[in-house]
Design a protein around this ligand. Structure first.
Ligand code: KG4
Ligand code: ZN
Length: 337
């Protein structure tokens, strides 16, 4: 029997709704919130208000594009956390209301697990290449930087974590220092193409094992610019591309260095990247070079599945549905999952 899942993602500043049938995406809509750009970061109160305004029309559109009616939905999957509490509340309440009204199962999903599970999304009329287990994945987003071993669709083990800032946060905070709007990651990536990656050198942290640290780099970048601007107030403007390329290559170098070590220590060569920063061209190219050198079977997610999206919630929900892992209606969101 076919299983059709309605999936809701509202953990941060994107309202996303997807319809997944038997693991295959029928629709995946994302309403982004431009309102945060001028504030240099996501404003939680504005985010939850925008989710409230978006959730019904985005769901209607997602179902329309998928060609499904309310009665075709077998279960509702939603992001329970981690994320902004006010934002999560909107998605959780909507998912609960939908499930109760239609008397269908409700399935909670961990947003971080979903980013990794994005590698298992199937698309119609495409040659779908999916990882086998164990799968070693670098999860790099605005809030998290982790190395994860997936042993099957349900079991994940975190073997490396950031001890302070996330990689995406390093991109965004350094971008903010240069006067870039939030989120700065994509713009730094774009400008890097024109720059020289070894024009400037920034500090690489020494962190034990498979953990990461990015707060020192951010401070180093800030002080470096502060000193340069003293002599040349136009320094950032005049060296934008080189600054971006050097910063990006430092962050990417740290990430890839730890993945090489993780693969070596675990013996796993089925390797992937996930999360918003996995859209970064430097990281993607660097991983491809390592994969060739080290005979990794590398999985790079499609761009639309790198940043927050409901399709990844839907695919995670689908595998939970197959196991009968349903959630009670008393569920509340978890800012820290
Ligand atoms: O996964 P995501 O959409 O949201 C979180 O769960 O955090 O990731 C957003 C993060 C932001 O920090 C953004 O700057 C970063 O992903 N990002 C990038 C790129 N695209 C998005 N960072 C570097 N290069 C990119 N191309
Ligand atoms: Zn995310």
């Amino acid at each position: 029997m076919a299983v059709t899942i309605l999936a809701i993602e509202s953990s941060c500043d994107d309202t996303s709704v997807a319809v997944i049938k038997d693991g295959c995406v029928l629709s995946n809509l994302i309403a982004s919130q431009d309102i945060h750009k001028s504030y240099g970061g996501v404003v939680p109160e504005l985010a939850s208000r925008a989710h409230q305004a978006n959730i019904v029309p985005v769901t209607q559109q997602a179902m329309f594009r998928a060609g499904v009616a309310v009665d075709d939905i077998d279960a509702v999957a939603f992001t329970r956390g981690p994320g902004l509490l006010g934002s999560l509340l909107v998605g959780t309440s909507f998912a609960k209301g939908f499930a109760i009204t239609k008397n269908i199962p409700l399935i909670e999903v961990n947003h971080l697990q979903a980013h990794v599970m994005a590698h298992f999304i199937l698309e119609k009329d495409k040659e779908n290449r999916i990882p086998s287990f164990p799968f070693l994945c670098l999860l790099v987003s605005g809030g998290h930087t982790r190395i994860i071993i997936m042993r099957n669709h349900h079991e994940m083990e975190v073997i490396g974590n950031t001890i302070d800032d996330a990689a995406g946060e390093a991109f965004d905070k350094c971008g903010k220092v240069m006067g870039f709007p939030y989120p700065a990651g994509p713009l730094i990536d774009k400008l890097s193409v024109e720059g020289t990656s070894n024009a400037f050198s920034f500090s690489k942290p020494v962190v034990k094992g498979l953990d990461f640290s990015f707060s020192g780099l951010k401070t180093n970048f800030l002080y470096f610019l502060r000193d340069k601007i003293k002599d040349d107030p136009e320094f950032i403007e005049n060296h934008k591309a080189d600054l971006c390329a050097s910063l990006q290559s430092t962050i990417v170098g740290i990430l890839i260095g730890k993945m090489v070590r993780a693969s070596h220590e675990t013996g796993i060569t089925e390797i992937g990247i996930a999360g918003g920063v996995s859209a970064n061209s430097g990281l993607r190219n660097g991983m491809m070079i390592e994969a060739q050198k080290r005979k990794w079977n590398l999985f790079l997610p499609e761009f639309m599945y790198t940043t927050d999206n409901a399709a990844m919630i839907g695919i995670t929900g689908y595998y939970k549905y197959l196991r009968g892992e349903f959630t009670g209606h008393e569920v509340t969101p978890l800012a820290r999952y």
